[in-house]
Design a protein around this ligand. Sequence first.
Ligand code: ADP
Ligand code: MG
Length: 338
Amino acid sequence: VFLTSVALAISAYKLGKQKVLVQELYCIETLARTDTLCLDKTGTLTTGRFEVTMVESTGIPASDLLSVLLSVERKSTHPVAQAVVRYAEKQDSVPMEITDMRELAGHGVEAIVNGRQVLVGNIRLLAERDIPVPKELSDSVSTVVVSTIDGKYAGHLLLSDTLKKDAVDAIRRLKDLDVKDIRLLSGDKQEIVNQFAERLGVDKAYGNLLPEDKAAYIERLTAETDKLVAFVGDGMNDAPVLALSDVGIAMGGLGSDAAIESADVVIQTDQPSKVAEAISIGRATRNIVRQNIVGSIGVKVIVLVAGAFGFATLWEAVFADVGVSLLAVLNSIRILKR
Ligand code: ADP
Ligand code: MG
């Protein structure tokens, strides 16, 4: 047990230097056994730094629409909201006072702006309130933000997100590590998720998932007993999913406190390739732990047998034990040399 702890502690130190923090030492062992990896898209594989590419208002001037959107979205921390704020501020929009702001996870925001009820969010949000949206928006491969004022359609924005440079590398390294089952889970539209999945070389992509759908999905997957499921998320709405997976991995930057608390592993950079790095270090650790166990049991058996035949004194036995511990510690230090 002591020798295993030494190896795990050294491994945790090594992971820490790589900006990967494990909440408990046993998480290193679970990382090593991961065979199914589910990844969130926005903020995890994409930069989450959306750019507004088009604005179209309906029934009101575009500047008024932007001012309403700015008022609402500056109260939200969602990457989509932040992009809307950046854009509106660049257009010199002026925010108004708002009351009763409510964030609707996986949907958008609802608020009262100057006494008028405003909805800002995705197509699903309006669909659930039976408010029709222009048909062409549903087929768009851009992220769409739609808005209503007092229940009337007021216009939309198109936004684009970009794949992190590191994301393609991350997936390739995971495949090299023989993590065969890689899936994308996202609250975004299926068309967009498919497009990103294709560019990443991932063949399982699931879109239109609300945070609770993701949780149910992971719960089902982990219930298939032979699978060890890791979930990687940026912590925006996905704290429950991180908690339900066998290994919850939170990516730094955008991560919320709730997400970090629910996670088993926290990556302090925004590089998804650190997931592959962590799994790889986890596996190396597991191999070294096995070598240490086999080695120390081996030597004890030899000393025992030798003792039984009168070839080993008590002092030689003690010396063998200490020597083996020393060798095991030195062997564990090899983790740092990777
Ligand atoms: P993902 O799984 O892609 O990380 P989320 O569950 O965080 O997605 O959000 C799903 C979708 O809900 C977003 O793609 C966006 O369209 C919409 N959304 C959420 N919050 C907001 C907001 N504050 N403003 C506009 N749209 C939002
Ligand atoms: Mg997200």
